[in-house]
Design a protein around this ligand. Sequence first.
Ligand code: FAD
Length: 412
Amino acid sequence: MTQYVIIGDGISGSSAAETLREEDPDAKITVITDEGETLYNRILIKEHAKGKLPEAPISIHDEEWYAERDIDLSLNTYVTSVDTDEKIVNTHESGEIPYDKLLVATGGTPTQLPVDNSDADGVHHFWTFQDARGIREHAERADKGVIVGAGLLGIDFAAVCGAQGIEADYLMRGDRWWRYALSADGAEIMHDGMRSVGVEPVFDSGVDRFEVDDDGHVTGAVDPNGERYDCDFAGVAIGLSFNTEFLRGAGIEQDNGIVVDEYMQTNVDDIYAAGDLTRFYDVLLGEQAQNGSWGSAKEQGRVAAVNMAADEEAEGFQWVSSYSITHFDFPFLSFGHPTLGDEYAERRYSDTEWRRVAFKDGKIVGGVLIGDLSPQSKFKRLMREQRVVADQADVLLEQSVDLDELAPSQEQ
Ligand SMILES: Cc1cc2nc3c(=O)[nH]c(=O)nc-3n(C[C@H](O)[C@H](O)[C@H](O)COP(=O)(O)OP(=O)(O)OC[C@H]3O[C@@H](n4cnc5c(N)ncnc54)[C@H](O)[C@@H]3O)c2cc1C
């Protein structure tokens, strides 16, 4: 009987456990997580922090779900090391867990700002349900906020402040929000969205230090220009540090994430990885890449499990990732790898509508849609078909995209 061990009960680990049980009904399957609760919807915890959603609908699995599938679940259990010679996982308390095949699905932890008082009371990071509970509880009684981190997670803090009536300054390093993926035109729409919920974007700023009162509670943030911003609530979302410290000495190749091929296999036999922390071979892009999204993590967990159970390279991961934001009056969607293009085409259609497509070697590799998301499935189709279309960007930027207008000769 094969023994599978999965470290992490996020969506990638949990989806792998479910698939492994389907693929290998007799196997022993163990899932280990350092969290105190079973799988929940990490995407929805922001709605809880905003005060808009109670706890119950956010939970996905209860403990019975694991029992029904004969999956051993260890909650509150932190993996400290992996012995790849003896094929043993060590945990902080329950000792050694042997494995035949191992999946590392441990995701990341929000990076702290390397500045004074960044761990002060009232300075929040956002990753777990526990974080969301703390943010909600504090946000309900806070008045003035500061947000740092001009990316997809930072904007969730802006939405929390907006929904909880906290007047906030959003301190950004460059001249716009998510400057790697958006031009000034696109970003301006997002800035208007922030202002509409009471959050003021501040450019060429950031945080040099937080200030605290005698009780250690945050009272302000000082930016590199010496400007001081009052706050009794701060949200920091400057990126993730991947949870791989327990792999030290295990010989698993890492490059700001665990390096895997398209089968989710690491360079060490019988060890696989899935989810946010992988640097996987993206067959559509033709190079190693990273995704930080729910759908991608779920699919990577499934693909890893299929390959673990098959004991061979049975199925490759091929997926166009997407990430949407619904905090404002207009929708926002990022798909694929919007920052990895070597060429870009974009157009603004109105005060709340903008589109940008990223191309590499003439093929679409990602993009951002604001206001009108309707072209997304067409763009994703062109990505999967790997069609060379950069020289026909005018067709892709038509308000209503008609793929029949693309020259057939451009198909590969
Ligand atoms: C606030 C917020 C909003 C988001 N919004 C969106 C969105 O709108 N759309 C979208 O697509 N994505 C969104 N995401 C991202 C999405 O949630 C992640 O991409 C996805 O959850 C990653 O899943 P994962 O399984 O790779 O990792 P995780 O969900 O991080 O799971 C990893 C698990 O491993 C555990 N672990 C770590 N180290 C150890 C150890 N040593 N021992 C035991 N257990 C360990 C962790 O505690 C965690 O439970 C959001 C994320 C957050 C935090």
